[in-house]
Design a protein around this ligand. Structure first.
Ligand SMILES: [Fe+2]
Length: 313
């Protein structure tokens, strides 16, 4: 019996706490954690080989400390590593359907790891998490429709080639004690981690530590949840407190199809909204855009029009 089909989202919990806990298929949590740990157990030089180039916003972005390590090793340090933003973590991002962002003018490359076995495992976990994210997103769309009325964008925006990023993330002790509070751009995010540290701000503006029970995943509502419910369920404001521990996380975002029109005065489509973030968040792409070198099909806004944090070109 698959427990997921019996499980329904509780919107009151979501409103009150800012997150949901959802059961995972047996063993999936462990597979996800081991895959992300093994990814980061590779030599830094191997991960640095996954740096994006051209107009690809996906790939590996080292932390500032790793950038220093690469410089000390006299390794190639691409311009994308030298931005002013303090992230404090390393991440490897990819799209299961790279063509989903093609209308932006950016180019997404398929996920490709040097280690064939690891590639297969990461792809397997990603496929399972994408399927689960899509299942939860549909269940939430249905519950929202029943409770608040249908969102301004259709249910079908959650299927097909959605702009949904997968992220393998690592925080290392000593790099950054606490990450910036922010909201995610997407509809929901699924988070599986090997250590506690995630903190979510609830409706009373209190921060609470959020740790999924074994065999479960944390589901955070993103900015598109706020739009879908006209603010009745706001995007979850969250951050990570490192507590001096090494922490890995496997994150699956569930976005919308690129051309999904958004009912917001400062946004056009979800794809433009997301790709604006990808350009602003990558110093290499932001610089290319400022120099007029990026073949974008739209003008990205200077700030995220709905999130709590902004980055200026
Ligand atoms: Fe986040």
């Amino acid at each position: 019996m698959n427990i997921r089909h019996k499980y329904l989202p509780n919107l009151s919990d979501l409103q009150e706490n800012g997150f949901l806990v959802w059961p995972l298929k047996s063993g999936l949590g462990r597979l996800a954690v081991e895959a992300v740990q093994d990814f980061y157990d590779q030599p830094l030089a191997d991960r640095a080989a996954l740096v994006p180039d051209g107009f690809d916003p996906m790939g590996y972005t080292p932390s500032e400390a790793e950038t220093d390590d690469l410089l000390a090793m006299r390794s190639k340090v691409p311009a994308s590593f030298t931005g002013q933003r303090r992230r404090g973590y390393a991440s490897f991002d990819f799209l299961a359907t790279p063509a989903s962002i093609a209308p932006s003018g950016l180019v997404g490359s398929p996920m490709s790891l040097g280690d064939v076995g690891l590639q297969r495992r990461v792809a397997g976990v990603t496929a399972s998490l994408r399927q689960l994210a899509s299942h939860i997103a549909f269940a939430l769309w249905d519950a929202i429709s029943a409770e608040f009325g249908a969102p301004g964008w259709p249910r079908s925006a959650l299927s097909g080639q959605t702009c949904s990023i997968t992220r393998l993330l690592r925080y290392r002790p000593g790099e950054l004690e606490i990450s910036k509070a922010h909201t995610d751009y997407e509809f929901i995010a699924l988070i599986i981690s090997d250590e506690p540290g995630l903190e979510v701000r609830n409706h009373r503006d209190d921060w609470s530590s959020v740790d999924a029970p074994s065999g479960c995943v944390i589901v955070l509502p993103g900015d598109m949840m706020g739009l879908a419910t006209d603010g009745a369920i706001g995007a979850s404001v969250h951050r990570v407190r490192c507590n001096g521990r090494l922490r890995h996380a496997f994150i699956q975002f569930q976005g919308l199809a690129y051309q999904t029109a958004l009912d917001h005065p400062a946004m056009t489509t979800f794809g433009n909204h997301l790709c604006g973030m990808l350009v602003r968040g990558a110093p290499r792409l932001a610089a290319a855009h400022a120099a007029g070198l990026l073949p974008l099909s739209f003008q990205p806004p200077l700030h995220n029009p709905v999130g709590v944090k902004a980055h200026v070109f």
